[in-house]
Design a binder for this molecule. Structure first.
Ligand code: SF4
Length: 68
């Protein structure tokens, strides 16, 4: 199952993902984005892909998670 991940080395803490897709991301107390749903499915996949394409740091991606 693909797993949504943030590369915090690349993240610019712009907050864009949280603003655009609050179902999938929130901001922690230090202003860094946190993924709320690591394995989105259904309509959330398109939202995740939207966040991936909008991220100014190209920090969000789908990684192969615990592939069986
Ligand atoms: S949109 Fe990208 S750069 Fe901005 S906070 Fe989210 S992960 Fe970080």
């Amino acid at each position: 199952m693909p797993c949504l991940v943030i590369d915090h080395e690349k993240c610019l803490n712009s907050g864009q993902c949280v603003y655009l897709q609050p179902e999938l991301f929130e901001t922690d107390e230090e202003g860094a984005p946190v993924i709320l749903i690591e394995s989105p499915d259904g309509a959330l996949v398109a939202k995740a892909q939207d966040a991936i394409s909008m991220c100014p740091g190209q920090a969000i991606s789908f990684a192969d998670g615990d592939a069986r």
